[in-house]
Design a protein around this ligand. Structure first.
Ligand code: 13P
Length: 258
């Protein structure tokens, strides 16, 4: 269990540069009084906003991440963005393997692994997302799928490098419009499997220290209940966090009940 509680949002393919700047400015102002010993706040906006978002971020209040990254520093990879380009923007964090990258854009565990190694190798905080589809859940193989995604996605990562590794459990069937939030009991059960796998991979000390966040239709109604579970270290939110007032409200209601 991590000592801080993690709150982040991925703004997906929404928000222009100006929308993003306004959102981050508002979120920083609204949450400025909350001790950062208690929370770690992060926002993951689109590539085109990275420079401006990083310019206006207050590093002691929040981190800015990118939604994806190419796994080479440069080369013939049309349409990709390299770690050097994101470092140049001041980006703190790289998200790897979001369910929409895997299932809409066809990314594989092998590709996610190259991105994880590259992101950690360039000293980014690296957020690897894992999650089973509804079909895999119906087959009763969720736990196996999660273990495979972790073992392939983290292949070759050394325990000494995991200080900047975070995991998000985002069941595909729970994400986005039409998604159904996981019950807190189900989310907890999978988080236990993730923790066991991280300990198997990295040993009891490093494996126990990696934060594990839950995402997928988190909303003001379910956010508090989820945070009472022992193995859930944070919330990773889409739609319900894209308005700074709403996001601030979720953060405060969770903290009030912890
Ligand atoms: P929703 O909260 O909109 O379901 O999205 C979650 C998500 O995909 C965060 O990365």
């Amino acid at each position: 269990m991590a000592d801080k509680f993690y709150f982040g949002t991925n703004t997906k393919m929404y928000k222009t540069i100006q929308d993003t700047v306004d959102f981050i400015t508002g979120l920083q102002d609204l949450t400025a009084d909350i001790s950062r010993e208690e929370i770690q706040l992060f926002v993951i906006p689109s590539y085109t906003t990275q420079k401006d978002a990083n310019a206006i971020k207050k590093p002691d209040l929040l981190m800015v991440g990118a939604q994806n990254m190419g796994w080479e520093e440069q080369g013939q990879f049309t349409g990709e963005i390299s770690p050097l380009m994101l470092q140049e923007c001041g980006t703190d964090l790289i998200m790897v393997g979001h369910s929409e990258r895997r299932h809409v854009l066809g990314e594989t565990d092998e590709e996610e692994n190259k991105k994880v190694l590259c992101a950690l190798g360039h000293d980014f905080t690296t957020l690897l997302c894992v999650g089973e589809t509804g079909e895999e859940k119906d087959y009763g193989i969720s736990e196996e799928i999660i273990r495979i995604q972790l073992k392939k996605g983290l292949f070759g990562v050394k325990a000494a490098r995991t200080g900047k590794l975070w995991i998000a459990y985002e069941p595909v069937w729970a994400i986005g419009v039409g998604g159904k939030p996981a019950s807190k009991e189900y989310a907890e059960q999978i988080h236990v499997v993730i923790r066991e796998t991280l300990i198997e991979l990295f040993g009891p000390e490093a494996g126990a220290a990696i934060p594990i966040l839950y995402g997928g239709s988190v909303n003001p109604e379910n956010a508090v209940g989820l945070s009472k579970m022992d193995h859930i270290d944070g919330r990773f939110i889409g739609r319900s966090a894209w308005n700074a007032d709403n996001f601030n409200g979720i953060i405060r209601s969770v903290l009030a009940e912890r």
